[in-house]
Write a protein that binds this ligand. Structure first.
Ligand code: ADP
Ligand code: ZN
Length: 743
């Protein structure tokens, strides 16, 4: 193998040396020899290096003239090739990645890898997106035969038909959990066709001008713009929290700040939740800022690569995108806007487990830029930071809706008071049925929200109280009627719907309500209503999502029913009724943010109603009407909610007043997992961190996942305690089967 570098007999070889960060959990950098042929190499360039018997792509973090002391020269390997004539990552981004690695418990290389688009992490970027499409014709009989002989192929057929058009292969895998081989078999039979989306229809390509002339700002909008502009003119770091109710014109404030930033000759990044990244959103920015790069998940590697280079070279000065756009290599950055900063999708749930809010603020600090966080329901972290001088967020407010419309009235329906014989199956309460009727009669539109897909989320045995779980996960199976199957939402395993209880052998019954069942009920009660269901099962292609939204906007659909997809960011003035079918689902999670999620959700969904002079109403169904989160949401009283919730957090030492980390251990055997977790507890306790609680090992909400056993440890501490625990945590995060997650 590689036997070290070809040095001269007298010591140092020709050329320089580089420290390389590699995408491995090991929290250190690696020294390599830098042959003159690879020059010029700078910190921030990607290089190809031999690593662990293979070739990897790493990022140069330092270049040195003298040989490093950590590796003997005769064992040091050489860089194979330099991939970037100019550094792809700016010094600020290198430093940002370093701080992410420290805060989110991973290696510098892993943090850098997360910053780079996949195209730049791979050797050979994909130029096109592979897709697969159903072209066969099968009748029910043939399908049943297929189902018996080749269940995987039958499953593939079901999903492809449901998609109703070319489906991205990656999406197909994600949704079905199947490999490509059933598709290959189907292709041989001539039933499916593989293709490539070369002339990929970028949904944002023609998202352009809506309006040329900006509206003149209201007085409160102007005040806020002035504050941000003044901060931009200082060329120092400043963080703002723009607290503005839904429809108060926050976007207009961002746009004016953006314009000023561009006039200064600086660049800007706008982050929105993935779900809000729609052509409508993008066109608002394009109409005002001209050339706007959109970083979204539908880009091919090649397109993404091009976008990155254009940004890096300063050709595009505004970037709009979801979480990862945060790392756009914008030179001379002036402004980062993080809209809907409270959204949980801004937290990455895989390595590195960073929160975009923290990273956006940190990046602005490093680059002397201005950061504007915006929300109608700010995260308690951001809210608290406006009253703590140390964190230095300045609060800006918009308290009125621009259009003058009042916030919709929220009616809370106590589901316990509905007739008991109905209650179990009850999808729509009387007040909601009535409101829907009125809305339809007036030819207005409604949105119904339910955070549960499928037909029924569980089977329950009335004799022994048992329920039916997935074979490999500790998760209840959901009945999906379109598949006529019981499906595990974690591993996508599916099986025939159970008839009898696996524990006692008696009959089981389906319980609960999912979107399929809700759709059914609404259609039965209102046969004339044109109804569209929007959830992961009906929206198998991005195109379907755009289509339904545009139909809803055009008045071809009366009622839009669905999961989160209908809850956030939609701006349809014709919507006068919003129904929340079950407001308490969020409250049942063992999570200190459960109340916050519940409050946010009601407030956000409610914000979809009454966006015009016609006003609007909201009906919220709940079994816990007295819960403080629901009470506060009913009165649109964010400040009351924040006050009571922060008091509670303070009392129990939860963020923002404390630090909470979740350690998860995973392995095949219980014994091993338990042992590893116990060892970790001992090591953590030995650090004797002050004001610290180490809780566990205990069972996480999902104890078994894809056949692997899981145990967890919760750490509750303060900054100081965390500092003391760090050596142990850094050690743990490099181990296989262990994740360290700052909550
Ligand atoms: P938010 O983001 O706070 O929910 P938006 O920025 O989407 O609110 O504004 C709501 C609506 O009001 C949009 O249709 C927007 O075009 C309009 N709007 C915003 N500011 C003004 C203004 N100063 N004059 C007139 N219309 C405005
Ligand atoms: Zn499963």
């Amino acid at each position: 193998m590689n036997a070290g570098i070809q040095g001269s007999l007298f010591g140092a070889p020709e050329g320089r040396f580089a420290r390389i960060a590699l995408d491995t959990p090991v929290r250190r950098e690696f020294s390599y020899h830098l042959p003159p042929a690879c020059e010029p190499v700078h910190a921030g360039c990607r290089v190809r290096v031999p690593f662990g018997g293979r070739e990897s792509i790493g990022v140069v973090v330092a270049v040195e003239d003298h040989p490093p002391v950590d590796v003997p020269l005769d064992r040091m390997k050489s860089i194979h090739a330099n991939l970037d004539p100019e550094p792809l990552l700016t010094p600020a981004l290198l430093r940002l990645a370093h701080s992410i690695a420290d805060e989110a418990f991973c290696s510098w290389g892993q943090a850098l890898a997360a910053m780079l688009p996949a195209a730049l992490r791979r050797n050979r970027p994909r130029r096109t997106i592979p897709v697969v499409e159903w072209i066969g014709q099968l009748d029910e009989g043939q399908l049943q035969k297929l189902e018996k002989k080749f269940p995987k192929q039958a499953k593939a057929v079901a999903y492809l038909r449901q998609a109703g058009g070319p489906m991205e292969l990656r999406e197909f895998r994600n949704r079905t959990g199947l490999s490509k081989s059933p598709l290959d078999s189907l292709a041989k039979k001539g039933w499916v066709k593989f293709g490539r989306k070369k002339d990929f229809l970028d949904p944002f390509a023609d998202a352009c001008q809506l309006r040329d002339t900006p509206p003149s700002l209201t007085v409160p909008q102007q005040d806020n713009v002035d504050r941000i502009v003044a901060a931009l003119d200082q060329h120092h770091y400043q963080g703002f929290l723009l607290f503005g109710i839904t429809g108060s014109g926050k976007t207009e404030v961002y746009l004016h700040a953006l314009e000023h930033c561009l006039q200064q000759g600086r660049g800007a990044i706008v982050l929105v939740p993935e779900i809000a990244l729609t052509p409508q959103t993008v066109s608002r920015f394009r109409a005002r800022c001209g050339d706007v790069a959109v970083l979204h998940s539908g880009l091919t590697d090649a397109e993404r690569h091009d976008q990155w280079l254009a940004i890096r070279e300063g050709k595009v000065r505004v970037v709009v995108g979801a979480r990862s756009a945060l790392f756009a290599p914008m030179p001379n950055l002036g402004l980062i806007v993080l809209d809907e900063e409270h959204e949980s999708s801004f937290k990455q749930e895989s390595t590195p487990r960073y929160h975009a809010r923290d990273v956006a603020l940190e990046r602005c600090r490093l680059e002397h830029a201005v950061c504007v966080l915006g929300s109608a329901t700010p995260s308690l972290e951001a809210w608290a930071a406006t009253t703590h001088k140390a964190d230095g967020l300045v609060k800006l407010e918009l308290r009125e809706r621009v259009a003058g419309g009042a916030l919709p009235k929220i009616q809370v329906v106590d589901m316990r008071e509905q007739k008991p014989e109905q209650a179990k199956w009850l999808v729509l309460s009387q007040p909601l049925v009535h409101a829907l009727q009125q809305t339809l009669r007036r030819k207005e539109r409604a949105i119904l929200f339910l955070n549960q897909r499928g037909f029924a989320p569980a089977w329950h045995c009335r004799s022994c109280g048992g329920s039916v779980h997935c074979q490999t996960c500790d998760v209840a199976l959901t009945y999906h009627r379109w598949r006529k199957k019981a499906i595990c939402h974690y591993c996508l395993h599916e099986e025939e719907p159970p008839q009898i209880c696996p524990h006692c052998g008696r009959k089981v019954e389906m319980v609960g309500v999912g979107t399929e069942r809700a759709e059914d009920t609404v259609q039965r009660l209102h046969p004339q209503a044109r109804l569209a269901r929007m959830d992961r099962d009906t929206m198998l292609r991005r195109e379907s999502y755009e289509q339904v939204l545009s139909d809803f906007g055009a008045g071809k659909i009366d009622v839009l029913l669905g999961t989160q997809m209908v809850a956030k960011g939609l701006d349809f003035p014709e919507v006068t009724l919003v129904g929340v079918l079950n407001a308490d689902t969020a409250l049942h999670h063992p999570d200190f943010r459960a109340s916050e999620r519940c409050f946010n959700l009601i407030a956000q969904v409610a914000g979809r109603a009454g966006r015009s002079a016609r006003g609007g109403q909201v009906v919220v169904q709940t079994w816990m009407p007295e819960h403080p989160a629901i009470q506060a949401a009913q009165h649109h009283d964010y400040e009351r909610f924040a006050k009571q919730e922060l008091e509670e957090r303070k009392l129990f030492g939860f963020p923002p007043y404390g630090v909470v980390l979740r350690l998860t251990f995973e392995a095949e055997q219980w014994q091993r997992v338990e042992q590893n977790a116990q060892d970790a507890v001992q090591k953590l306790l030995a650090m004797q961190a002050p004001n610290t609680k180490i809780l566990g090992p205990s069972a996480p909400p999902v104890e078994k996942l894809r056949g692997r056993i899981r145990r967890q440890i919760l750490i509750k501490t303060q900054r100081q305690g965390l500092y003391q625990l760090r050596p142990v945590l850094y050690d743990l995060c490099q181990k296989r089967g262990v994740t360290v997650d700052p909550l």
